[in-house]
Ligand binder design. Structure first.
Ligand SMILES: NC(=O)c1ccc[n+]([C@@H]2O[C@H](COP(=O)([O-])OP(=O)(O)OC[C@H]3O[C@@H](n4cnc5c(N)ncnc54)[C@H](OP(=O)(O)O)[C@@H]3O)[C@@H](O)[C@H]2O)c1
Length: 323
């Protein structure tokens, strides 16, 4: 079957390790199910994998991709949950120390077929296209958990989203505005700030710009480049929820004094549960909001999608389709 996979690890030039070609179709072990992939979406996680973050060379070749929407052997239309917990784990699977994401230990979704545990399937509603459904399992689920599970925000509160153009960030803007939060964003380009306003952001600022007032919460995916601005943006007692560090994990100053003196809360967040994914799907169905898709490409052209993400030019999600 056709697949886009990590054949080599290269921290400096990640795309040099990406191959698009034939891989063996997977076998489904007991309790697992085969999904024929109709659409899948790219996440920054896939670039990290090619750099060797979370993917050691001894697991190669590894089919990349966490997200998929497709059809099971018995004809069910499904969205695939990417968090694989131990078979005997019960409760919140993001807290299972043995959990992994598809493409870390088990082969990923950038392929004609993927196999996952039966419990990792969520029904796909007819109102969501294949491409839209394929955007939900990682970026949108992560945004859902950050906003609605971790942040403590209530409708009417003000939330700042750093780096407005990314997959997680555009999901935060759409979900947050649909839920009645006052959403402010920062971005490095005016074009992306304008797109964020069109998506539902009330105000958009240049990266690092002084805000007119302090906010109740900040959603962080950028890391070192925006850390200090995020801390300064928070009101006393405010909350930062962080799920990623695209620009690097080590800010030049950690500013612990600001955290304790203003009694800030800094919370990590990772992916979400299968039940949160089901609620997210229902939220999209109910409200009519849909993922912002930057580009749709056939899987054969996956390399172009990776290059676009690496360039940082994208606004929203990059989707790969299968016939
Ligand atoms: N913990 C989890 O479960 C989880 C889940 C999903 C994603 N993540 C992490 O969250 C981050 C975002 O993921 P994504 O898939 O949304 O990535 P993406 O689509 O590539 O978005 C990256 C965004 O970061 C922003 N950015 C701002 N300053 C930057 C800088 N100095 N260098 C690079 N980027 C900068 C950019 O926004 P502007 O151009 O608008 O400024 C860009 O659009 C990644 O690090 C990813 O690994 C974690």
């Amino acid at each position: 079957m056709l697949a886009a996979y990590a054949a080599r690890i290269d921290a400096e030039n990640p795309l040099s390790g990406l191959d698009v070609g034939e891989r063996p179709a997977p076998e489904a072990p007991d309790g697992w199910v085969r999904v024929h992939v109709r659409a899948t979406s790219l996440n920054h996680h896939d670039l990290w994998s090619l750099r060797g973050v979370g993917l050691p060379a001894d697991r190669l070749p590894m089919i990349l991709g966490c997200d998929a929407a497709g059809v099971t052997d018995d004809g069910r239309e499904v969205v695939v949950h990417a968090v694989i917990s131990d078979a005997d784990w019960s409760g919140d699977e993001t807290l299972d120390p043995g959990r992994s994401l598809l493409s870390e230990r088990y082969q990923g979704t950038f392929a004609d077929q993927v196999v996952v545990p039966h419990r990792n399937l969520v029904p796909k509603p007819a109102g969501l296209s294949w491409a839209e459904a394929a955007c939900l399992p990682t970026a949108w689920l992560t945004a859902y958990r950050m906003l609605f599970v971790r942040s403590g925000l209530r409708p009417g509160d003000t939330v700042l989203v750093q780096g407005a153009g990314g997959g997680v960030a555009t999901a935060l803007v759409r979900l947050g505005s649909a839920a009645g939060f006052r959403v402010w964003v920062t971005s490095r380009t005016e074009a992306k700030r304008a797109r964020a306003r069109a998506l539902g952001a009330e105000q958009a600022f240049a990266s690092g710009e002084r805000l007119p007032s302090r906010v109740d919460a900040v959603m962080e995916t950028v890391g070192a480049a925006t850390w200090s601005h995020s801390l300064r943006a928070l009101r006393p007692g405010g909350t930062m929820v962080i799920c990623g560090a695209t620009s690097g994990p080590n800010p030049s100053a950690t500013e612990l004094n600001r955290i304790f003196f203003l009694q800030l809360r800094v919370l990590g967040s990772t992916m979400g549960t299968r039940d949160e994914l089901e609620r997210l799907v229902g939220f999209c169905e109910l409200t009519g909001i849909r993922p912002l898709i930057d580009t749709v490409l056939p899987l054969e052209e996956a390399r172009d999608g990776f290059a676009r993400m690496q360039s940082g030019e994208l606004v929203g999600k990059i989707v790969f389709t299968r016939p």
